[in-house]
Design a protein around this ligand. Structure first.
Ligand code: HEM
Ligand SMILES: *[C@@H]1O[C@H](CO)[C@@H](O)[C@H](O)[C@H]1NC(C)=O
Ligand SMILES: *[C@@H]1O[C@H](CO)[C@@H](O)[C@H](O)[C@H]1NC(C)=O
Ligand SMILES: *[C@@H]1O[C@H](CO)[C@@H](O)[C@H](O)[C@H]1NC(C)=O
Ligand SMILES: *[C@@H]1O[C@H](CO)[C@@H](O)[C@H](O)[C@H]1NC(C)=O
Ligand SMILES: *[C@@H]1O[C@H](CO)[C@@H](O)[C@H](O)[C@H]1NC(C)=O
Ligand SMILES: *[C@@H]1O[C@H](CO)[C@@H](O)[C@H](O)[C@H]1NC(C)=O
Ligand SMILES: *[C@@H]1O[C@H](CO)[C@@H](O)[C@H](O)[C@H]1NC(C)=O
Ligand SMILES: *[C@@H]1O[C@H](CO)[C@@H](O)[C@H](O)[C@H]1NC(C)=O
Length: 334
């Protein structure tokens, strides 16, 4: 509760940045989706989703991060079609980047149930993920935007797609850039959306290769701040519990701000893939200058984050008579 009260107060002081979000939207991104898609069929949809997301975050602050990540992991695999929500051992939930990692499925169920009570068989699970991601950013003190809607839900999950398409924390920058390019996102989007790591947690297993014998050097990654390396070694002993977590942004864990980028300037990125944006050889000609700009301007970061989130939300949506409106987000309709 205490942490959330802090977040609410903070988001009030960001009111002007919130307005910026709307103007960015007005600049427009072309797509088949529209922001008023459910205007007549489910007019209270935004309020219904916001209320459930808010109570989930009040119960557990980290849920904001988990819901933001769910939308990202959905969109990178077969497009934003809620395929990540499908149960089953051959589903995306059990793909390597997701298993024991993605979370928030119960909250999505709660949102879906509230939405069905108000306007049944109308709103897709894919759209719910997009709205919940936006609400999570806003409730963490970040920018707001009008979410493009009208996605339909996919009929298949793609575990192979999840294993192949999702970026890995040990990927080099050029690999990350290609994985984003494969879904139509560019270098600006890579840097901007990586700023999602301003909230949330990472498990020891996702960064422990940096700590003890990085690339066979018998030492920690030299692009990891040495004090931070010591702290992380204490938290994540060799052969310890790989599920222990730490904050991706050690400075302001639950606040959506530009500290993620400031951290990179002092070698305090947690994941190898985070620090690559600033410290790799490839960064000098691609991502480094944008990291510096964002570290200096949360205004610019917020403005670009809104653009990139709308762009990510537009990855290969199912529309028209493709897919379906799932009744239960975990299973396709019978
Ligand atoms: C650039 C490539 C990316 C890589 C390699 C990456 C990798 C990771 C990893 C390894 C974790 C920790 C997972 C765990 O410990 O189980 C994580 C967490 C997270 N990621 Fe990313 N990610 C990337 C991009 C993104 C994007 C584009 C977003 C959203 C805009 C995002 C949002 C998050 C959030 C919010 C968390 C924390 C989730 C929680 O606490 O539940 N990430 N990411
Ligand atoms: C509240 O969060 C805890 C984890 O901190 C979780 O176990 C519990 O299910 C959540 N309760 C509700 C009602 O969401
Ligand atoms: C949706 O609501 C209509 C009208 O209230 C009802 O006839 C129908 O059975 C409902 N569908 C489901 C799946 O609950
Ligand atoms: C699953 O994703 C892969 C990309 O990794 C793609 O080639 C394949 O067509 C997808 N399969 C289905 C059933 O959508
Ligand atoms: C990435 O795409 C956006 C439009 O979506 C564009 O404004 C930006 O300049 C592009 N960045 C790069 C590095 O091409
Ligand atoms: C460090 O890794 C290298 C190769 O990756 C390996 O040959 C070496 O034995 C490792 N050192 C230790 C102390 O585990
Ligand atoms: C994390 O916990 C899960 C479930 O309890 C377990 O199956 C898995 O092996 C653990 N992973 C690591 C890296 O320790
Ligand atoms: C966060 O960063 C600011 C400088 O930007 C610094 O003054 C403050 O001590 C840091 N707080 C934590 C908890 O690291
Ligand atoms: C930040 O902005 C100031 C002036 O606005 C400039 O002097 C400085 O070089 C910038 N720093 C970075 C890292 O971009």
């Amino acid at each position: 509760m205490h942490a959330v009260a802090f977040i609410m107060k903070k988001s009030g002081s960001n009111a002007c940045l919130l307005l910026v979000g709307f103007f960015v939207f007005a600049a427009g991104v072309r797509s088949q989706l529209t922001t008023d898609y459910y205007k007549t069929t489910c007019p209270n949809l935004p309020k219904i989703v916001r209320k459930v997301v808010q109570s989930a975050i009040m119960n557990e602050t980290r849920m904001a991060a988990s819901l933001l990540r769910l939308h990202f992991h959905d969109c990178f695999v077969n497009g934003c079609d809620a395929s990540i929500l499908l149960d089953g051992s051959d589903g995306e939930k059990y793909a390597f980047p997701n298993v024991n990692s993605v979370r928030g499925f119960e909250v999505v169920d709660a949102i879906k149930s509230a939405v069905e009570s108000a306007c049944n068989e109308t709103v897709s699970c894919a759209d719910i993920l997009a709205i919940a991601a936006r609400d999570s950013v806003v409730l963490s003190g970040g920018p707001s935007w009008r979410v493009s809607l009208g996605r339909r839900d996919g009929l298949v999950a793609n575990q192979t797609g999840a294993n192949n398409n999702l970026p890995s924390p040990t990927d080099a920058l050029d690999t990350i850039i290609s994985k984003f390019a494969a879904v139509g996102l560019n270098v600006t989007d890579v840097v901007t959306l990586s700023g999602g790591h301003t909230i949330g947690q990472a498990r020891c297993t996702t960064f422990s290769t940096r700590l003890y014998n990085f690339s066979g050097t018998d030492a920690a990654d030299t692009t990891l701040n040495s004090n931070l390396a010591s702290q992380l070694e204490a938290l994540c002993p060799e052969n310890g519990d790989g599920n222990v977590t730490t904050s991706l942004d050690q400075n302001s864990t639950d606040l959506f701000d530009n500290h993620y980028f400031k951290n990179l300037l002092s070698n305090k990125g947690i994941l190898f893939s985070d620090q690559e944006l600033y410290s790799s050889d490839a960064a000098a000609s691609t991502t480094m200058s944008l990291v510096e700009s964002y570290s200096n301007s949360s205004y610019l970061f917020f403005q670009n984050f809104v653009n990139s989130m709308i762009k990510m939300g537009n990855i290969s949506p199912l529309t028209g008579s493709n897919g379906e409106i799932r009744t239960n987000c975990r299973v396709i309709n019978s």
